[in-house]
Design a protein around this ligand. Structure first.
Ligand code: GRF
Length: 219
């Protein structure tokens, strides 16, 4: 029987996505296990969420390192010590070095709160509102050295209404994130998802455009 894959989740904050993954994992223990949660922030609430579930945690304080490279090296060694099959960035607020992303190429995914390629970087909800967009959403992608630019696996869209504020839009996107991220992890764990030739493959076929959440689950 196939063993569950081991995942590491990297966070810097609240960890609501981590919580969604924890809750999903309990329903799918045959697919994956959360072997480790790493935070670069001591007070990240996600660390408490993990500890509540007896998941091993590690705090690596980035302020103690004199360069991005040395922090990433320690991060890499921490992950490499365990048999980790997939690294899940869930609100990990660090730009990663090309060496790090290259080392884990095809084994690391990120969730970004915009419909990439729109709005890489920060303040995505505010930027979508200011641009007068009528829809917004999230993207889950394989991580490559270019910030928020790896091949997108799955997107979920939410409508922007005239009543929306940054807060309400963020909440709408978060709700979809909590459905989308566990699903992509499950696909990877089941061997449905692969990164090859700088492209995303889903069930042995190149994804020419991202999957849409509403097409793949009934909401
Ligand atoms: C999410 O909006 C995610 O898209 C972004 O960081 C946020 C993390 O939220 N990368 P949480 O810590 O999981 O609540």
């Amino acid at each position: 029987m196939k063993q569950p894959i081991q995942i590491a989740v990297l966070i810097s904050g609240s960890g609501s996505n981590l919580q969604a993954i924890i809750d999903h994992q309990k329903q799918h223990p045959q697919d994956y296990e959360i072997a480790l949660v790493i935070s670069n922030k001591a007070n990240a609430y996600g660390l408490i969420r993990a500890q509540n579930e007896h998941i091993p945690t590690k705090f690596i304080d980035h302020t103690l390192f004199d360069s991005r490279e040395s922090f990433d090296q320690t991060l890499q060694q921490t992950i490499d010590k365990r048999q980790i099959d997939l690294i899940v960035l869930a609100g990990f607020m660090r730009i990663l070095t090309p060496q790090f992303t290259q080392h884990f190429l095809g084994k690391m995914i990120n969730i970004h709160p915009s419909l990439l390629p729109k709005y890489t970087g920060l303040n995505t909800h505010q930027r979508a509102l200011e641009a007068g967009d009528t829809e917004h959403g999230l993207s889950i992608h394989f991580v490559t050295p270019e910030l928020d630019s790896g091949p997108v696996i799955l997107q979920a869209k939410v409508p922007i209404t005239p009543q929306d504020t940054e807060k309400s839009l963020k909440e709408k996107v978060h709700q979809q994130e909590h459905l989308a991220y566990p699903l992509v992890i499950e696909w990877f764990a089941q061997g449905k998802l692969e990164f090859k030739d700088h492209q995303t493959w889903f069930e042995q076929t190149v994804l020419s455009k991202p999957q849409q959440l509403h097409d793949v689950i009934s909401l």
